[in-house]
Design a binder for this molecule. Sequence first.
Ligand SMILES: [Zn+2]
Length: 285
Amino acid sequence: MNMDDIFSQFGDIFGGFGGFGGFGGGQGRRVVKGSNLRVRVNLTLEEICNGVDKKIKVKRKVLAPGASFKTCPQCNGTGQVTRVTNTILGRMQTSTVCPACSGSGQVIDNRPKGADEMGMIHKEETVKIPIPAGVVDDMQLKVSGKGNEAPGNGISGDLLVVINEVPHKKLQREGDNLHYELYVSISDAILGSSKEIETVSGKVRIKIEAGMQSGKILRLRNKGIPSINGYGSGDLLVHVNVWTPKTLDKKQKQFFESMIDNEHFKPKPENSEKSFFDRVKDMFS
Ligand SMILES: [Zn+2]
């Protein structure tokens, strides 16, 4: 249950605000809620992957020490004033929000030095915000009751935390999946090798099979971002790029020249080496 739910329940109990009438003293009173605050929080992919407790400085409106309130003299604490008007249909009694207390039923009694007309001051506070794993850029989290306080017997507003994902140097996010561009040398691609790459959940060693083709996508299951809903994790897709040397010394050049008509160097794509389009189709299936 969050503050909004509590607030709406208060709204029901104290209801009658719009003239539904009350059931006993003070039912017309309105629960004043402090306004919401909004902050942006920067998160790295690692923090998003693992979840993190962020401490954030927030300037909140709080009740000044020593501020006190008294029952509103204009409405006697009911929050409503009744007005009797004469119409062609006869005398009509209408209830409206008390203009002196805005419906809260209370007005300030003692206003400390430095406080505003509602007895509030600004105070910087450090708020701990638990960020669950798997949040998405621009997502908004709510920390109930950590917004501005309300004067008198009101309830505090909420702190709205907007997620700002800091781009990763090596990894690209796509939903819960991550993409990594891996560059291997021609020698590694021909002879086979293994490479260590950094992921959001630590380092992972990747096997490069002998005869690895450029453009191959290796899927590392569950090495992506955990789902915000708690249903497993995305995958890490490693895109293999074979690096073609741009300069060669004389000996290397002679070697590759001698391979031009070599049977082993001729491209012979097999059925098992799927086309780019098939691979893209696989990724979305
Ligand atoms: Zn009043």
